[in-house]
Ligand binder design. Structure first.
Ligand code: SF4
Length: 245
């Protein structure tokens, strides 16, 4: 029986996908984003081991909320693709019960390509975090290359999977016009991209780094200004991309 390691769950989320969502945060992530607010989700061996049925038992009581709001289940992380087999089994069971499925991922699918086909067949919507289009800055920000995430984005275009792009605006790393313009040029031809969410950087999870004895490098960085957010929105709009702030 396939099991997954679950970091935590949230019963009535309204942020990670359409409508009211039951959110399952999976344990484990291979990126090392400097602004990570889920530092405690990195370790693949931590969290609680759960079966699909154990998760579903918690999801079912909210089905009427899903129906009335157009919601469903969202699996997030950490990085859920690291447990692709479990998420596929969970989404398959959800689809059998008429529950809308959303995958919130950083797209770092290195070595997982074959498993992704099965997962995408039972995924209604992908929330894809694109951290930075310029790879040198991406590596500085996350410790890994962006080529896997960009390749996954192109694959989602090919299979015409609905995608919401998420782009965190981190002053000094992703708030420049050139990066926004290059990302807009990349996304512009993708008809499957429903919209882009521009998310202002925050340091809410910094305390978790201290709990692990790690240095939170961005402690001196403040959230971007409203003006910066509006200027970046305009850049994406120029390319005909819908932006959600
Ligand atoms: S991808 Fe998400 S969970 Fe992983 S390090 Fe980055 S912010 Fe943290």
């Amino acid at each position: 029986m396939v099991t997954g390691r679950v970091h935590s769950v949230e019963s009535c989320g309204t942020f990670d996908g359409p409508g009211i969502r039951f959110i399952v945060f999976m344990q484990g992530c291979l990126m090392r984003c400097k602004y990570c607010h889920n530092r405690d989700s990195w370790d693949e061996d931590a969290g609680d081991e759960m079966t699909v049925e154990q998760v579903l038992e918690q999801v079912r009581p909210y089905k009427h909320f899903f129906k009335s709001s157009g919601g469903g289940i969202t699996v997030s992380g950490g990085e859920p693709i690291l447990q692709a087999e479990f998420v596929t089994a969970l989404f398959t069971a959800c689809k059998q019960e008429g529950i809308h499925t959303t995958l919130d991922t950083n797209g770092f699918i290195r070595g997982q390509d074959e498993k992704m086909d099965a997962l995408m067949q039972v995924t209604d919507l992908v929330l894809l975090d694109l951290k930075q289009i310029q790879d040198k800055i991406h590596i500085d920000l996350t410790k890994v290359s962006n080529r896997y995430a960009l390749s996954f984005a192109r694959h989602l275009q090919k299979i015409n999977k609905p995608v919401w792009i998420r782009y965190v605006i981190v002053p000094g790393y992703t708030d420049d016009q050139l990066s926004a313009q290059l990302l807009a040029e990349f996304l512009h031809p993708m008809d499957n991209v429903v919209h882009i969410e521009l998310l202002p950087y925050h340091s809410i999870g910094a305390y978790k780094w201290q709990q692990y004895g790690d240095t939170y490098e961005l402690a001196h960085i403040h959230p971007p200004s409203q003006l910066t957010m509006q200027q970046l929105k305009k850049t994406f709009n120029i390319y005909g991309l819908k932006v959600v702030l």
